[in-house]
Design a binder for this molecule. Structure first.
Ligand SMILES: [Zn+2]
Ligand SMILES: [Zn+2]
Length: 174
């Protein structure tokens, strides 16, 4: 029993690393076609980027199905993925992007830090030059602001190539 609980917790924690890695190298890489919708103003209830949640949920369902069919401990890894999915949805879609029917922005503490970090991610309107790819484990606002400032000072060649891509040094208003 306790071993299974441990597997759920460790799987959820590992998912933060998986999510940050996929966000940086897949969504802001070859998977940008789906993720671009998330860096543009949303026009309806859903965005193409939501398909990533569907893919991860599908994976968790398969793990739970195979695990309950007898392949321990896949069901508990699937449960950890699901737990992470719920936390991710609450923080990312709820808290930061306010996709719930009320408006609440944290004023202090860990939740404020998460909120700020992801606003900094959205301070750059494009595939390149973004900071803060994690969701539940994030750097301090000061560090992220410094990273953005550094990227906002492009070399002359880069500035000439893409003048409109220069990231802003502060997060946009919610
Ligand atoms: Zn992104
Ligand atoms: Zn976002």
């Amino acid at each position: 029993m306790w071993l299974n609980v441990l597997i759920v917790v460790l799987s959820a924690a590992a998912m933060e690393a998986v999510a940050a890695f996929s966000h940086r190298y897949i969504m802001h890489g070859f998977g940008w076609r789906w993720h671009r919708s998330h860096h543009s103003p949303r026009t309806g209830w859903f965005e193409l980027n939501d398909l990533y949640a569907v893919v991860f949920a599908g994976l968790a369902i398969v793990l739970i199905a195979v695990g309950t069919a007898g392949v321990w401990p896949l069901q508990w890894i699937g449960a950890g993925m699901t737990l992470y999915g719920v936390l991710y949805f609450l923080v990312h879609d709820g808290l930061v992007h306010q996709r719930w029917p009320f408006h609440w922005v944290p004023r202090k503490g860990y939740l404020k830090r998460l909120w700020l970090a992801h606003r900094f991610h959205h301070a750059v309107n494009g595939k390149e030059g973004c900071v803060s790819f994690g969701f539940l484990v994030v750097k301090s606002p000061e560090v992220l602001q410094a990273q953005l400032r550094k990227r906002a000072r492009p070399t002359k060649a880069a500035a000439a190539k893409a003048p409109s891509d220069a990231p802003k040094a502060s997060p946009p208003a919610p």
